[in-house]
Design a protein around this ligand. Structure first.
Ligand SMILES: NC(=O)c1ccc[n+]([C@@H]2O[C@H](COP(=O)([O-])OP(=O)(O)OC[C@H]3O[C@@H](n4cnc5c(N)ncnc54)[C@H](OP(=O)(O)O)[C@@H]3O)[C@@H](O)[C@H]2O)c1
Length: 324
């Protein structure tokens, strides 16, 4: 038997229920993983509230974790019992032990500890695809990062800077401003009191940014568009303030033939090749020290409801890890 954090119906953090479950032995192609650290992500909130669907109820929430392979089903190559592994974007992570498709697992380098791994897989793979695929950042580009002191945000700022970009980070408080600056942001916009597009025009001498990496969604959609240079790219990749309202593509023409994309890590890790390419670059960036992962909050997995409350209240910074 094992314990897992489930919802029986969508709703607030109070719906999270610490339930005893029977995991069962791994089937063909599956591994049984004893988990040591689970990453908290904003997508867990969307799934808890019902904004994003879950496969069925009751549902074990959570999308990323680190652990050790306890046993293997038939037909698995390249993995062994006792291997340290991690994964991202696989529902069912809020658990002490779980079964998982082995093809979703990545063996961890010794240089990356368990909690760091749980704090970086989903967020770091997201930063990777945004920086290398959605808009491939070039040295000299100016990029806008919203929620720059958040989990994905701190990784994005450091990595973009490492690639030679000038980074403008938007944050909700002075404390977060200091953190974003210490992690690669060259300029800060305090977007609760300052106008994002006006400040971006000031900073860029009127030109605008090559790309806006916008995880806030509804509240900042127009500001992101108004911050872009001609042919700029809006990567609207999250809904922390709510989903973006429907809009007409015609609004993109007078602003300079802009591009808008709504990417997801699910497509960017849909094949083993895509997953390994992203993980390879991420492990290298973290292993070399180009990107430091800040696990700034830890909670017992049984206290996940409080972690959700804090994430939604905008009081967390960097990554948050839940410990089984
Ligand atoms: N599409 C994808 O593939 C993908 C993958 C991973 C993550 N994401 C998205 O990336 C975002 C960041 O995820 P994360 O887990 O690293 O979270 P996070 O950035 O650590 O936390 C969310 C931050 O968003 C800001 N925010 C602004 N308005 C908010 C509001 N109304 N409610 C709550 N927060 C608000 C807050 O920072 P300030 O106080 O500085 O405003 C808050 O700390 C999320 O939107 C998530 O959905 C998307």
């Amino acid at each position: 038997m094992t314990y897992a954090m489930r919802i029986h119906q969508p709703g607030g953090p109070e719906q999270l229920s610490w339930d005893e479950m029977d995991v069962g032995p791994p089937g063909p192609g599956e591994a049984l993983v004893r988990q040591s650290a689970v990453g908290l992500n904003f997508i867990d909130v969307y799934m808890r509230t019902g904004l994003y669907p879950v496969a069925g109820l009751p549902a074990v929430l959570g999308m990323e974790a680190t652990g050790v392979v306890e046993s293997l089903g038939e037909g698995i190559e390249g993995l062994q019992v006792n291997d340290r592994v991690a994964y991202a974007m696989v529902p069912g992570a809020y658990a002490e032990r779980r079964r998982i498709a082995a093809e979703k697992l990545l063996r961890l380098p010794d240089t990356i500890d368990d909690r760091t791994a749980a704090g970086m897989m989903l967020k770091g793979l997201t930063a990777h695809y945004l920086l290398f695929r959605t808009y491939p950042v070039k040295a000299g580009d100016t990029v806008l990062v919203l929620a720059a002191a958040g989990g994905v945000g701190l990784i994005l700022c450091q990595w973009a800077r490492h690639l030679g970009a000038r980074v403008i980070g938007c944050v909700g408080s002075q404390e977060k401003a200091e953190l974003a600056k210490a992690n690669g942001a060259d300029h800060i916009v305090l977007y609760r009191q300052e106008n994002i597009a006006e400040r971006v025009r000031d900073i860029t001498g009127g030109e605008g940014v090559a790309v806006s990496y916008d995880s806030i969604g509804q509240a900042t959609f127009e500001a992101s568009l108004d911050s872009l240079r001609p042919f700029g790219v809006l990567a609207t990749y999250g809904n922390a303030s709510g989903p973006v309202e429907p809009f007409s593509p015609a609004i993109l023409a007078p602003k300079g033939s802009l591009y808008v994309t709504r990417p997801t890590l699910a497509s960017h890790t849909a094949t083993r090749d895509l997953l390994e390419e992203g993980a390879g670059r991420l492990f290298e960036a973290v292993g070399s020290g180009a990107v430091r992962v800040s696990v700034n909050q830890t909670y017992a997995l049984s206290e996940t409801a409080q972690a959700h409350r804090d994430l939604e209240a905008r009081t967390t910074t960097g990554s948050t890890v839940l410990v089984p």
